[in-house]
Design a protein. Sequence first.
Length: 172
Amino acid sequence: MITVVFAQKGQDIPTVIQQQLGIMSEEHTKILADAHKIELDKAIEDTRVRPTKQIGNHLKDQIQVEKIYEGQSVGYGVGNIETLNQKAPWWVWINFGRAGTGRTAPPTDMGSFTGTPMPTQSAFRSGIWQHLKKQLGDKMYYMAPNRDIQAHNYIEKALGIMVQKARELLKF
């Protein structure tokens, strides 16, 4: 790749070059951030165990591409941790296989499953657990999980792909 920099008479060439590098850097980070969002969404879907709930917050909807300003530099980031902690606090549990407190198995809970309220072993993954959402005619069940949640590592999977995409983008 060859880059040609034109400076008008009286402009400082190093300053013009720095401005052009900033523009290129912002464009490249935007391209990478958009690609990273796509890869994160794909990694989340590829590791999904249960069906998607019809209503409420979904993890991938809370992960957004945002413009970041740091000093004179402008770039883009993916997944604001503060937003995730506020709107989808389970992101840590799904990615790392443990809660922010260090717990690895879900707490005991009262509620019911959508679909079959008390599913058989084979139907267990076909419903979504609803915490204390009793509807007319639904029975409430006590759930005492005894298995740890498996780490999905969707962040690491997406980052692994992004390293290759960054290399491709910056090839000469």
